[in-house]
Design a protein around this ligand. Sequence first.
Ligand code: PEP
Length: 250
Amino acid sequence: MRRPVIAGNWKMNKTVSEAVKLVEELKPLIEGASAEVVVCPTFVCLNDLVKTSKNSNIGVGAQNMYYKDSGAYTGEISPVFLKDIGVEYVILGHSERRQYFKEDDSEINKKVVAALDHKLKPILCVGETLKQREAGEAFDVVSAQVKGCLKDLESRNLDDLIIAYEPVWAIGTGKTATSRDANEVIGFIRKQLVELCGNDMAEKTRILYGGSVKSSNIKELMNMSEIDGALVGGASLDAKEFSGIVKFNL
Ligand code: PEP
């Protein structure tokens, strides 16, 4: 059984005081939830949120990191710094980073390797654009991303790996992939994992859906056999709405 993960990507929203307030609001609302819950605020909020979420069922993740440990990389944050303050997860390869900051599969691959080496749980994002979907390229694009981002992982412990299928056209647009379409692509990703790391690992790896997930559509998505949770953007910024997603089965 794969334990569901519901992760909130707060993007560039919420100041430190707002972030702390949101987690304080969230804590009682999600008590007793069976899903693994993660919130991913901006870098400057991480330290406070690790403290605020202590003794709760909320884990804290970063939205990005660099793959080197330390050195002359102005403006970057490494896995060493994240681990040092108690961060457990890191979103890698989000489509906004691919689009605005020109991250490619080879760079994301180095980040995945570094995250695993430092015992951070990477939430690796993959997904096609609308143009690619309309051209019938969705499966090829996702396959290339999975293979490109998960290279050279032999001898690494993949238990920590989480993947999020996020079709770019569904992010922040209000358009959700149908649960059947999402399930089909996620099943396809799992097949790629069988080739890359074997059947047992592929069966264990949590693969989430992301793209305009709300409390009103999470149940249908979670009823699908391959979907193991959600990466949630906009709807994770409101405690009541996010708790409705987290408690999809209650
Ligand atoms: C995201 O940013 O990862 C995301 C899925 O955003 P939204 O839920 O707002 O579509």
